[in-house]
Design a protein around this ligand. Structure first.
Ligand code: GTR
Length: 333
């Protein structure tokens, strides 16, 4: 009896060890991406996956699944955290829900511009963000650009906060965005990205908010003809690896994967700059009216966001110094 069970246990642990070795020596990585073909992030993520496959000599074979077919973003974040997915390009916005320091990035009008965001993300503070994410199961290896997000809608130009009054505005999954829109007088509706087009068409939503490339590539511009340059959020994105997949790599392969992510981010940032211009032109040519926001109106928007900051500090008093550090960071240009 004892011998049989000992035999079984030994056999079983042998098999488990064998399985673990084969996983470690040849891993099939599945990557999540919400964007379509041709989008800067899609192109760069493909470069990342191909480089990883190539440079690890096939020890890691990485494949990206585009268009959010593996789930919506909050769901994919969970899957990366629990190891069901190996890598992804995520917007840091929805990740703030479980990492308070990351949520600082979702405070409206935090940055003066994209250059300041780069200076923050590429410096010491960016390293701190990586560390905090890693404690939650996500290894962020490099930062993608995502420009600035502005409101767009089907009803009217938004030139001052009052213009948002009563508009049903889709936001990403994060309570901060609900507070942001509600404090501006709109009705915030958290919703998956993939459902927004249909909801704009049927009137379930009056509007949403995003950067030019996403506004264009999602075809929201076909329905929402007013794009108002509030630029209330400048949210970086990450090339993120599941901590479980990362820990299973040899040290050498970790170096390869890290370098591939850094190179992919360089490519993404170059493509991004061009795509912003192209997307803006495309939507304007399609009849979208782009509204500038005057300096006074911008101040009015910023003033309305004070309760959002206060509520956030009340729940996370230790984050105040991080916000101040970010605001004191000089732009790289
Ligand atoms: C895009 C971003 C996506 C997703 C989307 C959204 O700009 O790149 O990751 O966050 O916005 O609004 O859901």
């Amino acid at each position: 009896m004892i011998n049989t069970s000992l035999f079984r246990t030994t056999l079983l642990s042998g098999l488990v060890a064998l399985a673990a070795t084969s996983v470690a020596s040849a891993a099939d990585w599945r990557g999540w991406n919400i964007h379509p073909e041709g989008y800067p992030n899609t192109v760069a993520l493909k470069t990342f996956a191909d480089t990883v496959t190539d440079k690890t000599g096939g020890e890691v074979t990485a494949e990206v699944f585009n268009g959010g077919i593996l789930g919506d973003q909050p769901d994919a974040i969970d899957q990366v955290r629990n190891g069901a997915l190996d890598f992804a390009n995520f917007n840091l916005g929805p990740m703030g829900e479980f990492v308070p320091s990351i949520n600082v990035l979702s405070l409206p009008f935090l940055f003066t511009g994209v250059d300041q965001m780069h200076a923050v993300m590429d410096g010491k503070i960016g390293e701190r963000f990586s560390k905090d994410l890693s404690d939650e199961g996500i290894v962020a290896l490099a930062w993608f650009d995502s420009g600035a997000r502005s409101f767009y809608d089907t009803q009217r130009p938004i030139e001052k906060p009052d213009d948002l009054d009563g508009l049903k505005i889709r936001v990403m999954n994060n309570q901060l965005y609900v507070d942001m829109v509600d404090d501006l007088g709109g009705n915030a509706t958290p919703m998956a990205y993939g459902e927004v087009y249909q909801s704009l068409t049927t009137g379930v939503l009056d509007g949403a908010e995003n950067n030019f490339p996403s506004f264009e590539s999602s075809n929201h511009y076909e329905v929402a003809k007013f794009y108002s340059l509030t630029e209330h959020l400048i949210l970086p994105e990450c090339v993120c690896i599941s901590k479980q997949s990362w820990d299973a790599l040899s040290e050498e392969n970790q170096k390869i994967v890290r370098q591939a992510a850094v190179d992919a981010a360089k490519q993404q940032r170059d493509l991004w700059a061009q795509r912003e211009t192209d997307s803006r032109k495309k939507v304007e040519d399609a009849g979208v009216k782009i509204n500038e926001i005057s300096a006074d109106a911008k101040t009015a928007f910023q003033d309305k966001m004070k309760p959002v900051y206060e509520k956030f500090y009340a729940a996370n008093p230790e984050m105040k110094s991080l916000v101040e550090e970010i605001q004191a960071t000089k732009s790289s240009n």
